[in-house]
Write a protein that binds this ligand. Structure first.
Ligand SMILES: [Zn+2]
Length: 258
């Protein structure tokens, strides 16, 4: 895997093979552009807070909130969003990383994204699957959990993307993936398309996100989570069993039942 890095000057996510590098102390720092690299080299101490080592409060058991969203935009190279909802979710998690808010994000992988937009010779929109390689941006996690969908057991695995804040604090984003050997072909495709397919496909995705996400957080030992934010209503119906048993789990303002 090629770990995505953070440009300490502008905060952009940079892929090592595409970014510009500079050695600093005992590490290699990556930049989006010559401009950012020059700014850093002129005054590295200005940007050192973005390079600090991880701190103890980043441990999983110190995470107090889980943020569930059907889409999260963390960068234009990762097609895990379609528009405003995803940008809001991504910006919220990035702000949490900047402010050192102990949150963990949960969403779906979307191997084929929302859609890739092309135009034909008449200016009409052509939609196709997005080509991207999750392994370039994400770390595979060594766990699977199971959910029941139409009386079938579906295996769910996960990938992690680290959202790095200005001070170096990391907010993990867990992206769920049903493309697991042993799942039926239709189930393997459940995390392919954002807002694709019919109502049945959407409901199955909401089960993967709501139930699968909760089980994955437990399997990953995020044992201190006390609040669950459900962006829009998409994970809510799948969360119902859990919610009614947890009186102090509440929906914050801004969460709709849509
Ligand atoms: Zn930059």
């Amino acid at each position: 895997m090629n770990d995505a890095q953070k440009d300490p000057v502008c905060g952009m996510t940079v892929l090592p093979e595409r970014g510009l590098a500079a050695p600093y102390s005992d590490q290699t720092i990556y930049f989006c552009s010559e401009y950012c690299r020059n700014k850093f080299l002129a005054q590295p101490e200005l940007y050192l807070t973005a390079l600090v080592a991880r701190s103890f409060d980043e441990a999983k058991e110190h995470r107090r909130m889980a943020y569930f969203s059907m889409e999260v935009a963390v960068g234009s190279s990762m097609p895990t969003y379609s528009g405003g909802l995803g940008v809001l979710a991504g910006d919220t998690l990035k702000s949490c990383a900047d402010l050192r808010v102990p949150v963990v994000g949960v969403s779906l992988l979307f191997r084929k994204g929302y859609f890739d937009q092309k135009f034909d010779q008449w200016g009409g929109q052509q939609e196709g699957p997005v080509e991207w390689n999750p392994a370039h941006f994400l770390q595979p996690l060594p766990l699977t959990v199971q959910v029941e969908i139409e009386q079938r057991t579906v295996q769910v695995c996960a990938w992690q993307h680290n959202i790095v804040g200005l001070s170096g604090y990391v907010v993990p984003l867990i992206l769920l993936d049903t493309d697991v050997a042993g799942n039926a072909d239709d189930d393997r495709a459940l995390t392919d398309y954002l807002y694709g397919g019919d109502q049945k496909y959407r409901l199955a995705q909401e089960i993967v996100l709501g139930i699968g996400g909760l089980r994955m957080l437990r399997a990953l030992e995020y044992s201190g989570v006390e609040k669950f934010h459900m962006n829009e209503g998409m994970p809510v119906c799948s969360f119902w069993n859990f919610w009614k048993n947890r009186k102090h789990c509440h929906l914050p303002s801004g969460t709709s039942s849509g």
